[in-house]
Design a protein around this ligand. Sequence first.
Ligand SMILES: [Zn+2]
Length: 98
Amino acid sequence: MALITPRACEEMMAYLDQQLHLREGADGKPTWDCDHSLRYTAQWLREQHKAVADNLEMLEELGAYCDCEVLLNIEEWPDPLELARSSQRGQQQAGKEA
Ligand SMILES: [Zn+2]
């Protein structure tokens, strides 16, 4: 798993914010340009030379299946260092039990 950092995730969201053009629609409700895919997200990941598949997988796990859902649904992005530490702990515990 080559996940982006929470800080990079913030940058990604700022990019999505721009690409989706969040604005007030004709009916006064917020509207934005989302084509119900993760295309801008994937585009940003590719441009930043991040692991596209790994990060999209984590986004879907957190409930973001399209660009606007990344902005709406991702409240806390996991820190890859924390994840690595907790999976190491898991392995050590599994080792002890075995
Ligand atoms: Zn969307």
